[in-house]
Design a protein around this ligand. Structure first.
Ligand SMILES: *[C@@H]1O[C@H](CO)[C@@H](O)[C@H](O)[C@H]1NC(C)=O
Ligand SMILES: *[C@@H]1O[C@H](CO)[C@@H](O)[C@H](O)[C@H]1NC(C)=O
Ligand SMILES: *[C@@H]1O[C@H](CO)[C@@H](O)[C@H](O)[C@H]1NC(C)=O
Length: 510
């Protein structure tokens, strides 16, 4: 609107201002990164047993971003989480609960974030892991991009199933670069190639860069280990399943067991079984090192954005696709509804709006990124909230733009963040909400296509965990309080809130 008013007065200037007002987007993604970053430290997070993360680049980005300290994924596994974020719709709308189904086949022909920018005249370029690769995205959803998609040539070589982690000596990675280095190289050359047109206002860009680490196998240059001396690595202090946890909540972490070095330990992945302490320590150290490696590569891309003079007209978003269990609860990988799997890192830098850094503790969801980017890019467009049945609507959102939180980070916001996880081939669905003080979960019988609905009358498990950091019962989700007489009023309220669904938890103003 402001641009328009300006245009009517100064017809000539409006062309320049109008074009430059649209911001470019650098869309950065990491795989399996939990929010174990210095910038996330607070009264209730993270646990003091982790060494300080070496993530200077993410910390720098966070310091000039809207930092979403309580952002939750909609399902804690790759394709469902990414599909949900990229379409701005939840798993019960995309109908993607696994690593195989493609949303355009089972959900609807929904407009994705990159596709949206492409349709609005942006050059939309993708590389690395953005969509889940392969059939789950019909090979990176070609319609989303203006040019051929790029994958790191060395990906297969380094992702063999022999070892769960490898600290690669310098002579080896020099000979055969690690995939995330190849992706960062590609991002840098891509930014160089789009810089001139972006700066002259001829064409904006949407560049998506998806790093593979710290996903298993934890492969990183050996030099990353110096950030984490062995003496700094500790065992989790809760290497056991929550007291009173319903078995349905558990995942046998088959993904980790599929690596030959772990399989050789004859681990079962069963509740309260465990891996040898030395293996747990090694895996934790390797995970941290892989995280620092991603941070390093991401820093190279951010530096290039800066040195090309693009930083002040480019939105930078960063997110990891879900959290990760590093032996807490004796659990590994994601695939659960625990806080540690559903809580993930997200930050959004918008030049002119977040330059001095804004931190919000409000509950936000991954579906919120799409409407936020649309508003932040200053295209003069706003996404509508999807109706109950949106399968035939290409463009709408089940999220909420986060821009109001920049001006007022403590503004009353969502009363709950929603996630879900299927079990037993999606015959059971675990629905969970995180409110400010609690996590509450119900595992219900679920009917798949064509209904995609839970049957609340047939529950196979319920969980309540206290997250009020002033309460003595906080306990890192170590005790399921759902049957505790003291909590019955809260259980009733939360059950109602969970079943009422996300539409009833939107910010009061929307
Ligand atoms: C999906 O929508 C796009 C436009 O957003 C259109 O080009 C394409 O043909 C549609 N595909 C199907 C299968 O309807
Ligand atoms: C697992 O171990 C914890 C801690 O000892 C205990 O409270 C819990 O009941 C155990 N769970 C099962 C299913 O054995
Ligand atoms: C953005 O940065 C470039 C290069 O550093 C500079 O020429 C330009 O004036 C800046 N634009 C704004 C709006 O600050």
């Amino acid at each position: 609107m402001q641009n328009f008013a300006f245009c009517t007065i100064f017809v000539f200037s409006c062309l320049i201002i109008g074009l430059n007002a649209r911001k470019n987007v650098l869309f950065l993604v990491s795989d399996d990164m939990r929010p174990e970053l210095t910038s996330f430290y607070g009264p209730d997070f993270p646990s003091p047993i982790h060494p300080p993360m070496h993530s200077p680049n993410l910390d720098r980005l966070a310091s000039s971003s809207l930092l979403l300290k309580h952002a939750y994924v909609q399902q804690a596994v790759c394709s469902p989480s990414r599909t949900s974020l990229l379409t701005g719709r939840r798993p019960d709308t995309t109908h993607v609960y696994d690593l195989v189904k493609y949303f355009r086949k089972v959900g609807g022909n929904f407009t994705t974030i990159p596709q949206f920018f492409k349709m609005n005249g942006y050059k939309s370029i993708g590389m690395g892991k953005i969509f889940h690769p392969g059939v789950a995205s019909a090979f990176d959803d070609p319609i989303s991009w203006t040019q051929a998609y790029y994958h790191a040539p060395n990906l297969g070589y380094w992702d063999a199933k022999e070892k769960s982690w490898i600290a690669v000596p310098e002579d080896q990675w020099k000979k055969r670069p690690l995939p995330d280095a190849q992706i960062a190289d590609r991002a840098i050359s891509t930014l160089k190639s789009v810089a001139e047109d972006a700066k002259s206002g001829k064409q904006n860009f949407f560049v998506a860069v998806g790093f593979h680490k710290p996903h298993l196998p934890f492969v990183f240059p050996e030099s990353m280990l110096v950030n984490y001396p062995e003496s700094a690595i500790a065992l989790p202090d809760n290497a056991y399943a929550p007291d009173g946890m319903p078995p349905v909540a558990w995942s046998n972490y088959e993904e980790l067991l599929s690596y030959k070095d772990i399989a050789a330990l004859h681990a079962t992945g069963k509740i309260n079984s465990s891996l040898p302490n030395s293996v747990v320590l090694d895996l934790r150290r390797a995970y941290y090192s892989a995280l620092s490696w991603t941070d390093f590569q991401l820093g190279r891309v951010l530096d290039e954005l800066e040195s090309l003079g693009l930083a002040n007209n480019t939105i930078v978003s960063f997110w990891g696709d879900h959290g990760w269990q590093l032996g807490e609860h004796g659990e590994w990988c994601k695939h659960t509804n625990f806080e540690i799997a559903t809580h993930a890192p997200m930050m959004i830098r918008i030049p002119g709006l977040t330059d001095n850094g804004v931190v919000t503790e409000q509950l936000t969801e991954y579906v919120d990124l799409f409407p936020t980017l649309v508003e932040a890019a200053e295209l003069g467009l706003k996404l509508d909230l999807c109706p109950e049945d949106s399968k035939n609507i290409q463009l709408c959102t089940e999220g909420e733009s986060l821009i109001p939180l920049i001006k007022e980070p403590t503004k009353p916001w969502k009363s709950a963040a929603f996630s879900q996880y299927p079990r037993d081939g999606s015959r059971i669905m675990g629905y969970t909400i995180r409110t400010r003080d609690y996590r509450y979960t119900e595992w219900a019988e679920f009917s798949g296509p064509p209904k995609y609905k839970p049957n609340w009358d047939n529950l196979v498990g319920r969980e309540l965990y206290n997250h009020d950091h002033t309460s003595p019962d906080i306990l890192e989700e170590n005790k399921n309080l759902v049957f505790d007489p003291k909590y019955q009023t809260i259980v009733k309220t939360l059950s109602k809130q969970l079943r009422a669904g996300w539409r009833n938890a939107l910010p009061p103003s929307s």
